[in-house]
Design a protein around this ligand. Structure first.
Ligand code: HEM
Length: 182
């Protein structure tokens, strides 16, 4: 019998993040101001998630799923062998990916915001004028590419876990429900 594991805030956060991240990625070339404002929105979303990780419903909280890298690796191995256990919230491998994604998105957003500020725009206008712009641009690009690569691994991981556990995790992120854990 499925039970509700993801509250509305987590689901809205997730799908808004997907939409805004995709928009920022696609508008990177010619639509600079729009790209930047979407980037600010992504940073706001991540800030909200950090607060919700402390105040949200049980499975939204970071203390429900943050674990050691060893647990994440053990879970990945168990998934590969086909004997992984089910979790109500995020499993240890998903948890490691979520931390990596939130971190990479934050670095991408902050480096972009600083770069925009250096050019005299946005809330950081006029600050960091002495920073090497070329280096900052490279950091922003590298962080964005890293986030994109992590997203690909994340989606592959979701599909593989769904297949292994015979459970549609994408539907769970839409309707909030997952099978009761063992
Ligand atoms: C269409 C592509 C995507 C699909 C199908 C998808 C699917 C999912 C699913 C099923 C989960 C829950 C995993 C679990 O059961 O533990 C999840 C979590 C998460 N995903 Fe995605 N995802 C997608 C794209 C993205 C993108 C583009 C980002 C970031 C830019 C992202 C960031 C996250 C984060 C941060 C979480 C944790 C949610 C939370 O606890 O608040 N996802 N995703």
């Amino acid at each position: 019998m499925p039970i509700v594991v993801w509250d509305l805030q987590v689901r809205l956060f997730h799908w808004s993040l997907v939409a805004f991240f995709a928009a920022a990625y696609l508008l990177e070339g010619n639509w600079r101001a729009l790209h930047t404002h979407i980037g600010y929105t992504v940073l706001l979303l991540v800030s909200f998630r950090l607060v919700w990780g402390a105040l949200g419903s049980p499975h939204a909280r970071f203390n429900d799923f943050i674990c050691s890298p060893t647990s994440s690796l053990q879970h990945l191995l168990a998934l590969w062998r086909g004997n992984a256990r089910r979790y109500g919230g995020h499993d240890p491998a998903g948890a490691a990916m979520i931390v990596a994604l939130l971190f990479a998105i934050t670095i991408t957003g902050l480096s972009g915001m600083t770069l925009y500020g250096m050019e005299g725009n946005g809330p950081l206008a006029g600050r960091f004028a002495n920073l090497p712009g070329g280096l900052l641009e490279r950091i922003h690009e590298l962080a964005a590419d890293t986030t994109t690569a992590l997203v690909c691994v994340h989606v592959a991981g979701v599909l593989f876990t769904s297949y292994r556990l015979r459970e549609n995790l994408i539907a769970a992120m839409i309707n909030g429900r997952k099978a009761k854990p063992e």
